[in-house]
Design a protein around this ligand. Structure first.
Ligand code: SF4
Length: 220
């Protein structure tokens, strides 16, 4: 899979995100990343270390969207660098996908957690926080205009396809998102890490198969 110069296309954000987005920050990815550093649109910035904006190839044709940053991502300011990122890297390597050709981001850009003693334990962003952060995802989509968007997990898939979307029942199928963009949903690596034994191996194999399918489609 290779990163290509971006063809001149118009992305329809309303279509890409399945509902209207009224205020979308504008600019190239570097400008957006800089603007997002000071975002206070929901309360998650207050207790997190930093905004974890998307990262990757500037003209990537394939954009991966996860859920929200974890502990390692919060510390490093980069998406998918913790245990879930390591599992994703392993699956990408098995599927012969070069991560350097991708743009990888999250639905929500700040780490949300609850304190258990000194531990900061992951806590899922609520609907209002997801809604507040949707402008940044919309901005990334508008700037990058990827040909293929991959939702990793339910949060990203429901942001793209609506709240009724079920990863278990509907993963692994191509969908159209606007005129020039196709989308695909698969498991989030964290969901695989949370699963035990045989089922974990099955889900992992399915993730590798899905990533292989995405690579083949992107190379067409
Ligand atoms: S989670 Fe998103 S909307 Fe909330 S403060 Fe962070 S960047 Fe802004």
């Amino acid at each position: 899979m290779t990163a290509h110069a971006r063809p001149p296309r118009q992305a329809t954000l309303d279509t890409l995100l399945a509902k209207p987005v009224h205020e979308i920050p504008a600019g190239n990815l570097e400008t957006l990343r800089r603007k997002a550093r000071d975002c206070h649109a929901c309360g998650l910035w207050k207790h997190a270390t930093q905004t974890v904006f998307g990262a990757g190839a500037e003209h990537a044709r394939v954009m991966l969207i996860g859920e929200q940053p974890g502990l390692q991502e919060d510390a490093q300011g980069l998406p998918f660098v913790g245990p879930a990122g390591q599992l994703l890297d392993r699956a990408l390597a098995e599927a012969q996908v070069d991560r350097g050709t991708l743009y990888v981001t999250n639905t929500v850009k700040h780490f949300k957690y609850e304190l258990r003693g000194k531990l900061r334990l992951h806590k899922r962003a609520n609907a209002a926080e997801q809604e507040a952060c949707r402008m940044w995802l919309a901005a990334e989509l508008a700037s990058l205009q990827p040909r293929i968007v991959v939702a990793l997990g339910a949060m990203a898939a429901q942001t793209l396809f609506g709240n009724a979307f079920s990863i278990t029942r509907q993963r692994g199928r191509w969908r159209r998102l606007g005129e020039d963009t196709e989308a695909f949903a698969t498991f989030h690596p964290s969901a695989i890490l949370r699963t035990r034994d045989e089922q974990r191996a099955t889900m992992y194999r399915q993730l590798v198969e899905d990533l292989t399918e995405i690579r083949r489609h992107a190379d067409d």
